[in-house]
Design a binder for this molecule. Sequence first.
Ligand SMILES: *[C@@H]1O[C@H](CO)[C@@H](O)[C@H](O)[C@H]1NC(C)=O
Ligand SMILES: *[C@@H]1O[C@H](CO)[C@@H](O)[C@H](O)[C@H]1NC(C)=O
Ligand SMILES: *[C@@H]1O[C@H](CO)[C@@H](O)[C@H](O)[C@H]1NC(C)=O
Ligand SMILES: *[C@@H]1O[C@H](CO)[C@@H](O)[C@H](O)[C@H]1NC(C)=O
Ligand SMILES: *[C@@H]1O[C@H](CO)[C@@H](O)[C@H](O)[C@H]1NC(C)=O
Ligand SMILES: *[C@@H]1O[C@H](CO)[C@@H](O)[C@H](O)[C@H]1NC(C)=O
Length: 419
Amino acid sequence: MKLAFTLLSLYALLKVCLCFHEIPHMLVLGIAKRELMKNDMEIYNITAKYFDTFSSSGIDSIPTTSYEENAVWSDDIKSYGDAQKAMGMWHFIGNLDSNPYNLTLYKDPMADSENALNAYANIVKTLTNKNFVGKITEFKVSMLKMLVHLVGDIHMPHHTGTYYNKTFEKEKGKGIYSGDKGGNKQNILYYPQTGKKQKTNIHFYFDSSCFFYTWTSRLVRPLNQSFTNYFEIELERIMTQYPKESLNINYTQTFDDWAEESWNIALTEIYPFLMQKNVIRYQDAFYNSSFNMIQQRIVIAGYRLAYTLQNIFAAEKGKIDLTTPLSYEKQQKTIIVYNNQMPLSNSISTEYHSDKAMAVIFGVLFGLTLVSYIAFMIYFRMTYSAMKSQNRISSEYLNTKNGTMQKIPSTEQNNEHKA
Ligand SMILES: *[C@@H]1O[C@H](CO)[C@@H](O)[C@H](O)[C@H]1NC(C)=O
Ligand SMILES: *[C@@H]1O[C@H](CO)[C@@H](O)[C@H](O)[C@H]1NC(C)=O
Ligand SMILES: *[C@@H]1O[C@H](CO)[C@@H](O)[C@H](O)[C@H]1NC(C)=O
Ligand SMILES: *[C@@H]1O[C@H](CO)[C@@H](O)[C@H](O)[C@H]1NC(C)=O
Ligand SMILES: *[C@@H]1O[C@H](CO)[C@@H](O)[C@H](O)[C@H]1NC(C)=O
Ligand SMILES: *[C@@H]1O[C@H](CO)[C@@H](O)[C@H](O)[C@H]1NC(C)=O
């Protein structure tokens, strides 16, 4: 079931790739998390509490084992397809154009209302609505998951506009143009360091951070220990490479400013290149500058997300009960020691829902075995207590039973060793 769903969402993502890949999204939230833990622990606690509420195991929410995994929910729900088309359009701005040749444009009629700018403004209104301060509602939880995702998406230049020229016609010869759809129609050839050249498009190139986070090495959620380790090391790397002090964060900028900044990058740094070429090679001049740009966008988005969450949830301080532990903390998956070095991780016990279910099943079986054993003993004593031969059989039976029962703890230990 879980596998089927993972495959389903993978297929959905491949089909409509209008999103940063999952690792960039998780990095954005991971940076925000570290920043909040450093500057405003209560806001971190509040947001963690939100994420942890209503997040156990719905069809569209792969169980989370960490704070950061919540950044990908908005992509997971894309498997609903047209059933949530409006929210699908929240990931980008479909009504911002560059139309230098004054062509007749075809645009999705919904794009004026359903876009990242309107969505973000309404999400903030929802999360700060006076009537719900201090109340963790299902709607607010969903909107928070949307928000942490959209802040990432809006830092990707090709999520903020569409370029129109005669190449991108809606139907051949009709004189109506649908544009490059946020770079999705802008085909490129990418030559990686090793392996075959890739026929792809510029949107995909940036969503994957220049093929740095590839589909073959992607994370499978819920994260197991190796993926958690990989993620923590990558988070440490990107934050070290782009230190906060070097980013000149302007704390009065708004979501609209970030979007405008992104579109300016597209117009000044990406389209001039595309007018000349559609071939990119690993570590050529465009690769180097675009890789640096997009990695930096991920880090900036993380710091901006942190101050955004501080502003949005300021009014909830002291109003949310933070005393009960988070469900994934109860599982005590990892201990990670930062101290400015690569994280050390201790594999204690990686316990996922399936393991929990197994434990419950074993528990029930153990209980049933015990009860039937006692019932059998009572029945046996009442009926056959006088017959010695039967007594021998009973002790053999008992030995077998004990053997079965002893298997229970040893199976659990095996599970631990595997994890
Ligand atoms: C945040 O949560 C942790 C763990 O539940 C707790 O130890 C700490 O006191 C909390 N801090 C604040 C400021 O809420
Ligand atoms: C497109 O329209 C603008 C404003 O109406 C005009 O300044 C510009 O020259 C036009 N561009 C072309 C290529 O016709
Ligand atoms: C985590 O999952 C990946 C792929 O599914 C697998 O290659 C890896 O061995 C797993 N790690 C652990 C510790 O289970
Ligand atoms: C910060 O951003 C605001 C809003 O865009 C702008 O008005 C202000 O000039 C910026 N400050 C600096 C120092 O760039
Ligand atoms: C349209 O722009 C793309 C770059 O975005 C370029 O590759 C293509 O040649 C242009 N088409 C025309 C007809 O100018
Ligand atoms: C791109 O960066 C790599 C690694 O820093 C460097 O070796 C290479 O020369 C750079 N490419 C160009 C065209 O400057």
